[in-house]
Design a protein around this ligand. Sequence first.
Ligand code: ATR
Length: 278
Amino acid sequence: MSSPDRYAVFGSPIKHSKSPKIHKLFAEQTKQSMEYTAQEVPAEAFKMAVSSFFKAGGKGLNCTLPLKELAWAYADNSTDRADLSKAVNTLILQEDGSVLGDNTDGCGLVRDLTLNNKINIKGSRILILGAGGACRGIIAPLLELAPHHMVLANRTVQKSSDLAAEFCIFGDIEGCGFADLKRQQFDLIINATSASLNDQTPPLPENILAEDGVCYDLAYGNRPTSFVLWGMDHHAKKSLDGLGMLVEQAAEAFFTWRKARPKTKPVIDALNALRRFN
Ligand code: ATR
């Protein structure tokens, strides 16, 4: 019997990554012969670690913080969605030995919003908090669903205005600071800042969330993030964290590697069952 195909996630820190569990469940479900491990790889060791992995017969990699921009630079070729986000979370060994870079994060978010949570994007007013790497990857996939408009609000205003200018070909988008958000209301507020990681929430006006509005934090944890709690406090119809996006981006990566699309609901349910708050 041939040995299973090898995949891995590289990142730092990587100890608490849920990706090995997710891909194990996908592989069992779709009957794929593969193994998927997690490897601690700091930025300075990235190139060497990736080359060694593929030289030793590895078939594909996921790259997470702080390696996504490095992975984009490393790939011999990259998909349009990776080039737009200037970041790669999935590396795929091609038949000719070259390495293709892809970014499945934006697609993962859109699938979790629209398919799993039945949230309507078309015609909606979207606010994204933040203007860093996480924000860059989700703008185009959301604008492609034709929201009414999108506002990017960031602590450093220059970054949100630059990003809005870069993506204005995809739809109605404007960049500003948090203090400029007075009197506007939004149907969907997405937190793409890293503020949750420090239990902080960007300063937002009290009435900014429209009636029946939804909050979504790209971050996730074993407890509700500070932004998820903010959404609950502000009567969001749904206040979600990024666990569904995590599973969906993994499913999309799995699909690019194996050409088999796993069902995500049982995997999201399994991960949710391990958390205390669902
Ligand atoms: P990532 O790849 O996770 O997006 P990043 O590129 O470092 O990480 O971006 C972090 C984002 O979180 C930025 O938009 C940052 O705002 P600045 O551009 O002003 O630095 C935002 N951020 C981090 N901590 C924050 C806080 N406490 N309040 C508001 N915004 C915060």
